[in-house]
Design a protein around this ligand. Structure first.
Ligand code: 5AD
Ligand code: SF4
Length: 438
């Protein structure tokens, strides 16, 4: 009888891609995907621990599988990802969630297939968290799930230790993949017909630093942008302390590079940036924005912001608010600070009360919504490139470089997917409408 798997993914694109690797391993063992947890033979929780809310959600969802396990004692429940890698978590699963059969971390994700086979043979629970990262494992099956977009890891881990962040503790130190390995993977993806290739790293701008041979992110981007084929390269996340003018020039000049730059500022106050250990000032950040705006055509800048970091006063927050207004971001991901066990900020005094965090995050989100609405209005009349992806009743659905959807009304026959220039003609119920350009 056909066996099924169900993977629940929490958190960032890195996790989405790692779930594609988990799915690849399950497929190679002849499991098929199901959207119904109750129909699954294997359930995998690929977890996130970046904020407490994410962790509570994971624990709630795992708890809910207890009754499924009662109905089907052969059900295998596995937990992996950042939260599993966190200190003390494997023990928690052992004690409080005894119906979980396999627990593994971020460093041994590629071992999932082995663990699954071992569990099926021996029926002994597996709790295996590798303390340290070993070398990068290139030999992982993948089952890609993001339509025309393919994710590609270019590096793993993070060296920055921003004082609020748990990522360096659960994902280890920075390791870059070899340039040749990345190029081979991207070439294959282009051959397979993927149109967007999104490079993933916690801090893509420090790509290659560990090789100490001059390989850097600018070189990687240039190499990829010169490959043959009809594709665009995207990348995330950039760190303001490491984004160089060299990289900005490459983005500006290479047609096959996306003009979307996700540049998390976190705060508009120098006092808070220092407490966060971000290693740049607001002035440095503003200079980068100026450089991007002056050099990159059709740029789209987005950011992450944390409100309510310890010691953040109303004045600090208003500096952030003002920065968001000034930069005029295309997208703002605003988060309430969440203390993480083992980080430096967790021990800082003057934590900000929850209701103030709520108030600040709502203010920023309202501002961002207003800015985005204005920006959408300004797109009307503009000519831009879009990836035409899907046929609809009266035309096509397409995606702009920045990820916004556009509806194209035309009777023309188009081979999908393909890049074409479109002209934005209007907005209907928050949706951009466009026509094809000749
Ligand atoms: N609390 C709130 N937000 C956080 N982020 C990282 N750690 C925390 C935390 N402890 C946010 C940052 C980062 C994004 C991925 O998540 O803004 O850029
Ligand atoms: Fe966390 Fe800072 Fe590393 Fe980003 S750069 S993953 S926020 S420590």
């Amino acid at each position: 009888m056909q066996k099924h798997y169900y993977i629940k993914t929490y958190g960032c694109q890195m996790n989405v891609h790692e779930s594609e690797k988990l799915a690849g391993m399950l497929k190679s063992l002849n499991y098929e995907e199901t959207n119904d947890m109750a129909n699954a033979d294997v359930i995998v929780f690929n977890t996130c621990c970046i904020r407490d809310a994410a962790e509570q959600k994971v624990l709630g969802n795992i708890g809910a599988t207890k009754k499924l396990k009662k109905l089907n004692p052969n059900l295998i429940i596995a937990v992996c990802g950042c939260m599993a890698q966190e200190k003390g978590r494997a023990e928690l699963f052992k004690e409080k969630y005894p119906y979980v059969s396999i627990v593994f971390g971020t460093h041994n994700l590629h071992k999932f297939k082995e663990y699954l086979i071992e569990f099926q043979n021996k029926h002994q629970k597996i709790y295996n968290i590798w303390e340290n990262e070993k070398e990068i494992n290139e030999d992982v099956e993948m089952y890609r799930t993001s339509n025309n977009n393919a994710w590609v890891n270019i590096m793993y881990g993070c060296n920055n230790f921003c004082t609020y962040c748990i990522v360096p503790y659960v994902r280890g130190r920075e390791r870059s993949r070899l340039l040749d390995d990345i190029v081979s993977e991207v070439k294959q993806l282009i051959n397979d017909g993927y149109k967007y290739i999104t490079l993933l790293g916690q801090n893509v701008n420090s790509y290659g630093n560990d090789f100490k041979d001059g390989t850097n992110f600018a070189k990687l981007l240039t190499t990829l942008a010169h490959l043959d084929g009809d594709f665009r390269i995207k990348f995330m996340t950039s760190h303001p302390k490491d984004l160089t003018e060299e990289v900005i020039n490459v983005i500006a000049n290479e047609k096959k590079l996306s003009k979307v730059i996700h540049l998390p500022v976190q705060s508009g106050s120098n006092k808070i940036l220092k407490l966060m250990n971000r290693n740049y000032t607001v002035e440095h950040y503003k200079n980068l924005i100026k450089l991007i705006k002056s050099k990159v055509p059709n740029y789209f800048i987005s950011t992450d912001i944390i409100v309510g970091f310890p010691h953040e006063t109303e004045e600090d927050f208003m500096q952030t608010y003002k920065l968001v207004e000034d930069v005029n971001y295309g997208g703002v991901f605003a988060f309430m600070y969440s203390p993480r066990t083992g980080t430096v900020a967790e021990k800082m005094d003057e934590q900000v009360p929850q209701e103030i965090k709520n108030e600040r995050v709502n203010k920023l989100l309202a501002l961002s919504k207003k800015i985005i609405k204005e920006q959408n209005q300004q797109l009307v009349g503009k000519r831009m490139e879009a990836l035409i992806e899907e046929k609809t009743e009266d035309g096509y659905l397409a995606t702009l470089d920045c990820g916004k959807n556009v509806i194209i009304t035309t009777t023309e026959k188009i081979n999908l997917p393909t890049f074409k220039d479109v002209k934005i003609t209007g907005i209907n119920k928050n949706k951009l409408i466009a026509t094809l350009c000749n």
